[in-house]
Design a binder for this molecule. Sequence first.
Ligand code: F6R
Length: 368
Amino acid sequence: EKGGHEFFMDKEIQEQPQAVEDTLRGHFDGTRIVLDEQRLGEDELRTIDKVFVVACGSSYHSGLVAKYAIEHWTRLPVEVELASEFRYRDPVLDRDTLVVAITQSGETADVLEAVRHARRQRARVLAVCNTNGSQIPRESDAVVYTHAGPEVGVASTKCFLAQITANLLVGLALAQARGTKYADEVAREYEALLEMPAAVAETLTLMDPVRQLGRDIADSKAVLFLGRHVGFPVALEGALKLKELAYMHAEGFAAGELKHGPIALVEDGLPVVVVTPSPKSQPLLHSKLLSNIREIQARGARTIVIGEEGDETIAPFADTLIELPRVPALLQPLVATVPLQILAAEIARTRGYDIDKPRNLAKSVTVE
Ligand code: F6R
């Protein structure tokens, strides 16, 4: 069933274009985004005045990615919070709050308790889930399913991309209901999402240098990941994948924080992965990232720069350059995460680990 792959995770990484495509399917009726019409219609969405996203691990990172788009599209404040923190706080919620609970398994204990916590305060709860009939969708007001198919590898890959996709659909549905975007703008954003399976597939064809890199740096003690804007949660996800799969110390940072501490970690030969935005669509952020790369290069880091195809400005600062197809700025995480998954898998493989079943981890965390 591994379809010729050594590990399920390799297969699941390759299935990501399909996961994104299947998650998009059926959510646009030709004029409007449709979420879960029966249980959370436009009338309910229209009165929402605040969004909380609760999740754990990779699912939490998918929520962080979506925050940028949802706030931009809807002008609603979006707070993304670890379920294990949210449930023990006294968050300010009421019936006009939408709580989006993102969970691949639908069974994560802290997310379930966060959902119950939210419902007790009359918030509306929307689950984004990959598992039909699981507990969290059952206890939510509505559900948007990610259609990634079963994920056997313990570390989340295709579910993560499907979650980002579903979260963005939630954002578009909110923008449409609130009228912060015209119908034709929503349709254009949806069309841009429809291009993403092909972009992810193209990214997968560009991964040979990443595998080579993974073999080259497999002996490193640590790897740092830097990003800004939507590249920041991608950096967090890259670091998490590396911890889980390769048992290597890894940290993701917002690149703007470099001078506030993390740069002290940079020493000769330390691999630092930098997720760089498009120079065309995000010129200001791009130039900030360039100076961050210069700073770490000057301190002897081994710079691994992930950037847009044809971006000639980054090449001189990259010891290794990893190119991504050009996609809209807010959608870049759907392609930028792929090399980080493959890097972690390749380092783990080189170290001789079972990437489907990392030590100490379970696929669903039903106890706290
Ligand atoms: C990371 C990973 C975990 C899960 C987390 C939440 O690769 O798989 O961090 O993302 O345990 O699980 P779900 O989404 O099932 O609630």
